[in-house]
Design a binder for this molecule. Structure first.
Ligand SMILES: Cc1cc2nc3c(=O)[nH]c(=O)nc-3n(C[C@H](O)[C@H](O)[C@H](O)COP(=O)(O)OP(=O)(O)OC[C@H]3O[C@@H](n4cnc5c(N)ncnc54)[C@H](O)[C@@H]3O)c2cc1C
Length: 505
């Protein structure tokens, strides 16, 4: 089993350059996932000069770690929206999602993008939570969402209640973004990888300068397409909950791969699975067991139970790949897409939950319309400057009580320890040494990595992730390498290195 997504496992891919100069463009975009590249696509079409910078490889952020399903409902189900919003708002959200969905279909046809796109039905089913599916069926029908009740006896998996949503779709999310980037890259639309933005300066005369280690871009407009906002931003820090899930790809013993997208509600968990085929190789991809970042004791167990789930459903021959991905759930259930602060020419798209392939595409169009001065019919409903205290209240309180609990639990209860020598290969532990809380881990070569245990975002104590060998912050979802560098999340600065040595224990 390899620790990488299935999506970029087949070919070698084009190399985009590293930024090594100073450029001036109309719009700079930080982040080259589906949001950044779709925004660049629309801005280029509108005649603007664009530069896109990504800290890693194009399309290999969360987009390349997703499951590549395109659906018009939402991951927390329409019943969650129904409990907060009136019919008019929900229908607007659904219309916006339908627009995002169709935009992907239009782009890939017009631009002839090779990304294994197929139209598929999507099924929601449950054996022990039939009432949840029943409720969703009623709400979907009331809202006019095309759906069909399927008789459990005609369904291939054990279920008491099944809904089918026709005309949903699947693709390879990495290939879509990577190949779209290749279509748009030009003098007017420059795309750079391995070019992490480390500094953003506002210019006195208006506009922005973003800087990497080896170059800079100045522009009149700036788009943050980094999945989660970088740095401290009270609004987003308190209204977005960071969650993580693991996904696996496997080969089946028989060639009986299912067609469709399947979401099962089982006890209090949701699992989803789908098939994927490329170059004659067939796989089944499954995801599930969502957890709050940094708050799972044993991440390995989550992966094992996902494997066990898949094996209950199919005769699995071999699990070939696993990967993890992060999502940010907004307290009022709607993503934030639009102007970042009043009057600024700075735009943001975040809070997509696990619906961001469609929302990220929609964001590309909304942000382009805001920059070019076109009215977009969806800009109000997703406006980041909206205030929805009543809609957010319960989730807001839950998320922030949780943050506060993690903060105080670790600061007050953390105990001093002299267990350095006991640390095994691949293990990490927070230890208090001479009054300092340190995050100490040991790599495959038994080398110690010692970094500060305080997340550089807002100072929470980080937790060891035993599966991915990373330090994860339970408060706002920042993740760090054992050596301290940021992997993802809102933190900008690395954890400060305390010491590194080669001591063998
Ligand atoms: C397990 C999982 C399964 C999912 N499945 C689905 C699904 O089936 N359907 C669906 O619609 N959604 C799904 N999602 C959600 C979806 O993947 C995301 O919402 C979406 O990909 C977000 O796209 P993005 O472009 O905004 O972010 P990303 O793809 O994360 O792109 C952001 C980019 O910003 C870059 N970046 C960050 N900081 C900097 C910096 N300082 N300088 C330069 N670049 C920077 C990163 O390297 C990254 O490439 C899933 C999510 C997860 C976690």
């Amino acid at each position: 089993m390899v620790a990488k997504p299935i999506w970029n496992s087949f070919e070698t891919f084009s190399k985009f350059p590293v930024l090594r100069e100073s450029l001036h463009v109309d719009v700079s975009i930080i982040g080259a996932g589906i949001t950044g590249i779709t925004t660049a696509y629309f801005l280029k079409k509108a005649g603007l000069k664009v530069a896109v910078l990504d800290a890693g490889k194009i399309g290999m952020g969360t987009t390349g770690h997703s499951t590549g399903n395109l659906y018009t409902i939402i991951d927390q189900l329409l019943s969650s929206l129904d409990s907060k919003y009136d019919k008019e708002i929900i229908q607007k959200v659904l219309k916006a999602r339908d627009f995002g969905f169709q935009t992907i279909e239009r782009i890939l046809r017009q631009e002839d993008i090779d990304c294994d796109y197929t139209v598929q039905p999507m099924y929601l089913f449950s054996n022990d939570k039939a009432d949840k599916i029943e409720e969703e069926l009623g709400i979907s029908s009331r809202l006019g969402v095309p759906n069909l009740e399927v008789s459990p006896s005609d369904f291939p998996f054990k279920a008491k209640k099944v809904i089918k949503y026709p005309h949903q779709a699947q693709f390879n999310p990495f290939l879509y973004v990577h190949n779209l980037a290749n279509k748009i890259v030009s003098r007017e639309c420059q795309i750079f990888q391995d070019s992490k933005v480390e500094k953003i300066d506002k210019q006195e005369k208006g506009g922005y300068i973003i800087s990497t280690k080896s170059g800079s871009v100045s522009s009149g407009y700036l788009v943050h397409a980094t999945h989660t906002p970088k740095g401290i931003d009270l609004k987003f820090d308190t209204t977005l909950g960071p969650y993580r899930e693991y996904a696996i790809a496997a080969k089946l013993a028989k060639d009986n791969y299912p067609s469709g997208i399947f979401w099962e509600y089982k006890k209090d968990e949701k699992f989803s699975f789908r098939a994927y085929k490329r170059n004659g190789h067939h796989y089944i991809v499954a995801v599930g067991k969502s957890f709050k970042v940094g708050q799972s004791q044993h991440n390995k167990d989550l992966l094992e139970s996902l494997e066990a789930y898949l094996k209950e459903k199919f005769p699995v021959k071999e699990v070939t790949h696993y990967w993890g991905g992060q999502n940010y759930k907004p307290a009022d259930l709607l993503p934030f897409i639009g102007r970042k602060s009043p009057g600024a020419n700075e735009y943001i798209a975040t809070g997509f939950s696990t619906d961001g392939l469609v929302y990220g595409t929609l964001a590309g169009k909304i942000i382009t319309d805001l920059i070019t001065g076109n009215k977009n019919q969806y800009e109000d409903v997703f406006n980041p400057l909206r205030v929805n205290p009543v809609k957010s209240a319960r989730a807001f309180t839950r998320e922030n009580l949780n943050v506060a609990k993690e903060f105080f639990k670790d600061h007050i209860l953390g105990s001093s320890t002299k267990e350095l020598q006991k640390l095994k290969k691949g293990e990490g532990k927070i230890m208090e040494i001479e009054g300092k809380k340190l995050a100490i881990s040991r790599d495959e070569n038994m080398k110690y990595h010692v970094v500060s245990a305080y997340c550089t975002h807002l100072g929470c104590i980080i937790h060891w992730n035993d599966l991915e060998k990373s330090w994860d912050c339970p408060c706002h979802g920042s993740r760090f390498k054992p050596s301290g560098e940021v992997i993802e999340g809102p933190a900008i600065d690395a954890l400060s290195k305390v010491d590194e040595n080669n001591e063998n224990g």
